[in-house]
Write a protein that binds this ligand. Structure first.
Ligand code: C2E
Ligand code: CA
Ligand code: CA
Length: 397
């Protein structure tokens, strides 16, 4: 059966291209904050008059083995450009479309020239075509990939990293290339456990820190959608909002479910909103200020410190900038912010009796609290013992 399909693909590929039996189906991408349609992903379908719809996982591997895959991608991008042209000519709102490139395209043809020729001949502004590259293809042929990604960027196209988190060097790829958007692999959602939720949260947080947009694939239910929206993941794609369908059918489905289309003006507006990191401890600072924060000790707006105590001494093991600024006003640590003394053990007598009692009380395992007023400011100090070794113990403040 498999062999039969392989043979069918090889024998009929050329004529299927010519007869347009191979065509893009369009799956909606939804903006979480507005629940509007922001783009489509074009996914190839081979619609054979006798065999019915053949899915990409059935013919793409065959085409890759036969080194013909670039012809499929060209044919899909061609039809996507035609579709965009038709929307523009009929005064409909043009909806951006993301297209998939195969890793082999980069060896088999000049991909940039191929895409550029198609957008030029159909007069498609480049902001309407997003280029998806799977992260696994980035780890090979690094130099070539760098120059291709740069070329697409210079040409005004967005480049998205597809299937982020599925390959073995995702983080390195992210470090080495500039992407506009990360498509989080759908396996993150396949078991929607506490653990996978935490990983998703961390990935979204990280993406915002490096100023990359986020899109989660494979969203199949409302719980997943709500969770992603809550952590600030900007876009979602999945069966919950719509399966890949021919263009008109996909639009009809969206219309029937009450989903409206984002305008190009709204796109910029929402993209800027999407840059806010709702998970950040310092969401109010500007990107420039953020970039200037180089060490982790500065990156939390909650004043935090770790104080180590023993019988007669205390030592500030760690403190962040917010703590430094706050503590200086309180007189809590009169001498420790002297640079020379920082981090060296100080006599416990330097601390107020009340404060020492608070620290000591945390050794029972119960967190403690105290209030103090200094220079007309009111402070609440929370303390929790995080570790003990004999008479030595460490308190998080
Ligand atoms: P992909 O780029 O990761 O595309 C997403 C795949 O997930 C699509 O499968 C889509 O139908 C499916 N999907 C979307 N939402 C959900 C969901 O909620 N749940 C589940 N379980 N699946 C969902 P599809 O269309 O079968 O495509 C499979 C792969 O084939 C694509 O994965 C892509 O790598 C490749 N492909 C598709 N079209 C093209 C193309 O034109 N060119 C190239 N080079 N590759 C293509
Ligand atoms: Ca894709
Ligand atoms: Ca994907």
């Amino acid at each position: 059966m498999k062999q039969d399909l392989e043979q069918f693909v090889l024998e009929n590929f050329q004529s299927a291209l010519e007869k347009r039996h191979i065509q893009p189906y369009y799956q909606p991408v939804i903006r979480t904050i507005s629940q509007k349609l922001c783009s489509f992903e074009a996914l190839a379908r081979w619609v054979d008059p006798e065999r019915g719809v053949i899915r990409p996982d059935q013919f793409i591997p065959v085409l890759e083995r036969a080194k013909l895959i670039h012809l499929l991608d060209e044919c899909i991008i061609h039809q996507v450009c035609e579709r965009l042209r038709r929307s523009m000519d009929s005064a409909q709102v043009p909806i951006p479309v993301s297209v998939n490139l195969s890793r082999q395209d980069f060896q088999l043809c000049d991909v940039y020239a191929m895409v550029d020729k198609l957008t030029r001949s159909h007069q498609i502004p480049h902001e309407f075509l997003y280029i998806e590259i799977t992260e696994s293809s980035m780890s090979e042929q690094e130099e070539l990939m760098h120059s291709i990604v740069d070329r697409f960027h210079t040409g005004g196209y967005q480049v998205w990293m597809d299937d982020f988190g599925s390959a073995y060097s995702s983080l390195n790829t992210l470090k080495d290339y500039t992407f506009d958007e990360l498509k989080l692999d759908m396996r993150f959602l396949s078991s929607f456990s506490q653990r996978s939720r935490r990983i998703l949260t961390a990935v979204v947080h990280m993406a915002k820190e490096i100023n990359v947009h986020t899109l989660a694939e494979g969203v199949e239910n409302e719980d997943q959608f709500r969770y992603l929206r809550n952590i600030g993941c900007e876009k979602v794609q999945g069966y919950f909002f719509g399966r890949p369908l021919p263009y008109e059918e996909s639009l009809e489905h969206l219309c029937a479910t009450g989903i409206r289309i984002e305008t190009p003006q709204e796109r910029k507006y929402y993209d800027d909103i999407g840059r806010v990191n709702l998970l950040s401890a310092v969401p109010f600072i500007t990107r420039e200020e953020h970039d200037a924060l180089t060490s982790a000790r500065q990156l939390n707006s909650i004043p935090l410190a770790l104080v180590e105590m023993d019988e007669s001494h205390f030592k500030l093991l760690f403190h962040n900038t917010a703590f430094e600024q706050t503590a200086q006003g309180t007189g809590l640590f009169p001498d420790v912010f002297d640079v020379r003394l920082m981090g060296t053990p100080q006599p416990a007598a330097l601390l107020s009796e009340k404060f020492r009692r608070l620290l000591d009380a945390t050794r029972s395992g119960e967190p403690g609290k105290m209030y103090l007023i200094s220079r007309e400011e009111y402070y609440e100090v929370q303390a929790k013992c995080v570790s003990q070794l004999g008479e030595r113990y460490c308190v998080l403040l």
